[in-house]
Design a protein around this ligand. Structure first.
Ligand code: ATP
Length: 363
């Protein structure tokens, strides 16, 4: 186990800065997810940590050891890493046990030590009855567990996982999420998990690094990312936040301030240093708004769509005062309105997106 320190990492492809001064500290034993849309630089970052590519600037340390900088490049096989790929990358002609033993064989570990460690790794991923099978006769989830066992058997100080569940169906993904979480609990290995699936990142990670266009936008716990996004991109990307222009009317008091949004006044959450301004942005989650009760202040909006989500509806409505804005909220059964109806929407909560906090950790 080891901590991982990424310090102002830079990687260029021609004139494009695929990693733009990315700094992330991963604690010893931490589970970090790197999350972002396609092309944001997740794989590029993983390749730098693994040592498949050379850094153009900055530094990467595993434990105390400098493994990457513009001048230093320790090759992947000397980084004490385990890597689990989306594609499993198992040898089809070898049995499960032989696949798992491969890294040990290459490292010169012989039986009975090798057999003992292979059995222990298969046990850890719940595959001890499958040692003699070939990968072709396993399900996708079982193959991914073999890949995990193969990575663990060498006792890496750091495990990198590159979208390991992307090829699995929804049910298997959920089961494997549990598997990864249990595995992390049992071994305490430091893990960096690359994904574009925010539900997966939220379910598994201690902290999430959100990236966009080569930059780190925010590094925080799943709950903080959801409740207090540092900027409009994170607000929109995580939890389908609605980002709306707002006026902050009052100075913060006990973490809240009064705002005016879409002509309606509301009390929402904000940072303690939030200034009074007419140029603020408010992040609203579906759960922050709802249909106004009789006599309650509300915003007139025309219902455009109603979709059943199992137990509740998702209602999309366009405010009369802001034709380019579409709000979405959850409404209980039975359906409270139909497309074309006018409803009144109340704002119960929200978060004033901090102005200048875009590149620092909000923790
Ligand atoms: N070898 C390369 N040469 C040129 N450009 C590259 C190379 N590798 C990546 N890029 C570019 O760098 C950017 C980041 O790519 P990267 O593969 O890291 O994104 P990603 O977040 O992993 O995306 P995805 O989720 O689609 O895999 C993209 O614009 C990509 O086109």
């Amino acid at each position: 186990m080891a901590r991982l320190t990424i310090d102002r990492a830079q990687k260029r492809f021609g004139s494009y800065l695929a990693l733009d001064h990315v700094s992330i500290d991963v604690e010893d034993g931490e589970f970090l997810a790197v999350l972002g849309p396609s092309g944001c630089g997740k794989t590029t970052l993983l390749r730098q940590i693994a040592g498949f590519d050379k850094l153009d600037g900055g530094a990467i340390r595993i434990g105390e050891r400098l493994v990457s900088s513009a001048e230093t490049h320790i090759p992947p096989e000397h980084r004490k890493l385990g890597i689990v790929f989306q594609s499993y990358a198992l040898w089809p002609h070898m049995t499960v046990a032989e696949n798992v033993a491969y890294g040990l064989t290459v490292a010169g570990v012989r039986d009975p030590e090798r057999a003992r460690r292979v059995a222990a790794a298969l046990d850890l991923v719940g595959l001890n009855g499958f040692a003699e099978r070939r990968p072709g006769l396993l399900s996708g989830g079982q193959r991914q567990r073999v890949a995990l066992a193969r990575c663990l058997v060498t006792e890496p100080s750091l495990v990198l996982l590159d979208e390991p569940l992307a090829n699995l169906d929804v049910h298997l993904r959920a089961a494997m999420e549990d598997e990864f979480a249990r595995f992390h609990e049992r071994t305490g290995t430091t893990m960096v998990y690359i994904t574009h699936d925010q539900a997966e990142a939220m379910a598994l990670a201690d902290r999430i690094a959100v990236m966009d266009r080569g930059r780190l936008l925010q590094l925080a716990t799943p709950s903080l990312l959801y409740r207090e996004p540092a900027n409009a991109t994170v607000a929109g990307f995580i939890g389908e936040g609605m980002v709306l222009p707002a006026t902050v009317l009052s100075a913060p008091q006990a973490g809240r301030c009064r705002v005016k949004v879409l002509g309606l006044e509301a009390v929402v959450r904000c940072r303690p240093d939030q200034p009074v301004t007419d140029g603020a942005k408010l992040c609203l989650r579906a759960r922050d708004i709802g249909l106004a009760a009789t006599g309650q202040d509300g915003l007139a909006a025309a219902v455009e769509r109603l979709s059943y989500q199992g137990g509740h509806f998702r209602l999309e409505a366009r405010p009369a005062c802001a034709g380019d804005t579409l709000l979405h909220l959850d409404a209980n059964e039975p359906a409270p309105a139909a497309p074309g109806d006018t409803v009144r929407i109340a704002i119960h909560d929200g978060w004033v997106i901090p102005d200048a906090g875009a590149l620092r950790e909000v923790a």
